[in-house]
Design a protein around this ligand. Structure first.
Ligand code: HEM
Length: 403
């Protein structure tokens, strides 16, 4: 039966937001997909949409509002406006200038810099020969800092301060963050914006042709709007990129069947550029750091499985849609050459991640670089330990023996 239900999950299947369910939400998602692809969740009072077609509609149909979802979250506090929290047509006005920083032309001109930054990071890891590294602290977080620092032209001397602000502001990603955490996160965004403001002025003077300076000079934006886009880039980019790297390395290297000393990374064919690119998408599909996206229905809307009433808060559960067996063959298995791979890990529709080409490029460069430099890399302990966090979805830690 595939219909709307408000009944609970059956015994033995943990609610996806409960401590056990957060660690492994997939049995609950599969049950919901099979029995209630549109589900009014008594625990959160949110409507969970778990089928691929249902999530596609929620993300693409403009009767589902991103702006109202944000307003619900922060209640009556002042809202920093950004493209992520506005609906068309206002959204388009902000997204257009955003492409000056993240669009194809900017990516093309920035690729050598990003490649050089990732190369430096991997070379630094290489000097730890014989030592172990943590996939998140030693690779994911430095990678996110390197990529964002290339885009935003942050000098090495300022990166620790930048990373601290980015880390604190990242709580804004989580639509289910409690009131206190949410307020602290919004304060951190204020600090981040004040930090970025003089930085942008300095970069505009020193490098007027850089993508950042071009965004800053765009006459379609007020200064506050420009800074709002930059803080969205940091909040939307820092933790997802950090945790995605950890999740991806965890998935690639956790091979309990590997023989002691077996060069696990070398066996995956990731030095091939085409394979590295399809691998990034497959790793995003299986373990994307953003498992769901919130919207509010602006009117009654029919979806597969029932009707969402006007005013309902809806979660498009990307992590479930990305394993919908009606769309992905053998959905729980990693197939690093899977193509086509129409996953929703970077969203879809008007808010589709503006940095998707950047993530694919940087991800493939990092995978190729890691596989080329550290072919013998393998897990110290192949068990993936998921943090009981909702968003981003992340591992607690993942130790790697590099050489
Ligand atoms: C693996 C890492 C990432 C993942 C999985 C990811 C995922 C997503 C998703 C799912 C959305 C859509 C949100 C919605 O519809 O409400 C989004 C939007 C966005 N992302 Fe990413 N993202 C990642 C990294 C980044 C990075 C590194 C940047 C910037 C450098 C970035 C910038 C943005 C922006 C600006 C938007 C808003 C687009 C809009 O509203 O039009 N993201 N991202």
């Amino acid at each position: 039966m595939r219909s709307m239900t408000t009944g609970g999950l059956p015994p033995g299947i943990f609610h996806p937001f409960s401590p056990r369910g957060r660690v492994d939400p997939y049995p609950a998602y599969r049950w919901l997909q099979e029995h209630a692809p549109l589900y009014l969740d008594n625990f959160s009072r949110l409507w969970l949409v778990t089928s691929y077609p249902g999530c596609s509609v929620v993300l693409r149909d403009q009767r589902f509002s991103a702006a109202l979802a944000q307003r619900r979250r922060v209640r009556d506090e002042a809202l920093p406006s950004s493209m992520l929290t506005t609906d068309p047509p206002e959204h388009g006005r902000l997204r257009g200038p955003g492409t000056l920083l993240l669009g194809p032309a900017a990516l093309h001109s920035q690729t050598p810099l990003i490649e050089a930054e990732i190369g430096k990071l991997l070379a630094g890891l290489g000097t730890r020969t014989g030592e172990d590294a943590d996939a998140i602290a030693d690779i994911g977080e430095p990678l996110a800092v390197a990529v964002l620092s290339s885009l935003l032209r942050i000098d090495p001397a300022d990166r620790t301060a930048f990373a601290g602000l980015a880390r604190r502001a990242s709580v804004n990603l989580d639509p289910l963050a409690g009131a206190e955490a949410g307020a602290a996160g919004r304060r951190a965004v204020g600090e981040l914006t004040s930090w970025l403001d003089p930085h942008v002025t300095a970069v505009s003077r020193a490098e007027p042709d850089s993508p950042l300076a071009r965004l800053a000079a765009d006459p379609r934006l007020t200064r506050q709007e420009m800074l709002g886009i930059l803080s969205l880039v940091v909040v939307g980019g820092y933790a997802p990129l950090t945790e995605f790297t950890g999740n991806a390395l965890g998935r690639l290297l956790s091979r309990p069947d590997a023989r002691p000393g077996e060069p696990v990374l070398a066996g995956l064919g990731l030095t091939d550029p085409g394979r590295a690119e399809t691998a990034v998408d497959e790793l995003l599909r299986l373990d994307g750091p953003i498992p769901f996206i919130a919207r509010v229905a602006t009117c009654d809307i029919e979806l597969a499985g029932g009707r969402v009433p006007a005013g309902a808060q809806v979660l498009a559960v990307l992590a479930a849609a990305n394993r919908d067996p009606d769309v992905f063959a053998d959905p729980d298995r990693a197939d690093l050459s899977r193509a086509p791979n129409p996953h929703l890990a970077m969203g879809a529709g008007p808010h589709f991640c503006l940095a998707a080409p950047l993530i694919r490029r940087a991800g493939a460069i990092a995978l190729r670089g890691l596989a080329g430099r550290f072919p013998r890399a393998r897990a110290i302990d192949p068990v993936q330990r998921w943090a009981p966090a909702l968003l981003p979805r992340k591992l607690t830690a993942f130790g790697i023996r590099l050489n």
